[in-house]
Design a protein around this ligand. Sequence first.
Ligand code: F6R
Length: 260
Amino acid sequence: MEIIIQPDSRQASLVAARIVARTVREKPLAVLGLATGNTPLQLYRNLVRMHRDEGLDFAGMTSFNLDEYVGIPPAHPSSFHSYMWAHLFSHINMPKERINIPDGLTTDVPAACRKYEQAIRSAGGIDVQVLGIGSNGHIGFNEPSSSLSSRTRIKTLTEESRLDVAAAFGGEEGVPTHVLTMGLGTIMDARKCLLLAFGKKKARAVARTVEGPVTAMVPGSVLQLHPRTILVLDKDAASELEMADYYAWVHEHKPDWQKY
Ligand code: F6R
């Protein structure tokens, strides 16, 4: 795992944007794996700015989002569809027909999940998968106890995860109970994983993900088995890492050709 610690989320999001932009520039037909939530907001803002000011070209890109709420129409203001259009897709030139988000209204969940996996394979696999992390260590909505080899499927949100998004649904009672989410096995197939985490609330999950044992109880820890995972953290999210000084030293002494 490569761990990049930045003073704040603004600088961390700039580093993350450079990593994604490098893939977009180097591979004009790249496949991007995308996340929602608070964490990637500044990353998406940077990508929109790079598109506008530097001509970063998404015309050949295909995207797959990690997850969507079950039973929530795409047009619902708190759906992940709405989030993605509001924060990214409406502002860049990614072709609409190559944007993929799980269908939370499907009447045949197993078939829709199989189709999603097939679509990722047909697109050639994900080149870079953007990830946030829950305070309980979930990535995607693979909650603790998720199989480390799981594929896209329906999952039940934990109470903690539902509380985290309660405000967006007018209180906990309004939060959907289920999501469709890429599995941990799906995420592990990505050629590169880019996990962002900001704030003290994420510090324990980050420490357990990086320095704890690989366990289904901390789904993010499966990334220890991924050959190309980069974590971009702010100081607070890195504050419980025992070897933070070492990770910082490694980053500062990276050879130029490895820099973002
Ligand atoms: C979102 C997702 C989740 C979030 C995580 C952190 O698509 O899959 O794993 O990344 O819940 O959410 P924020 O960034 O809101 O703290």
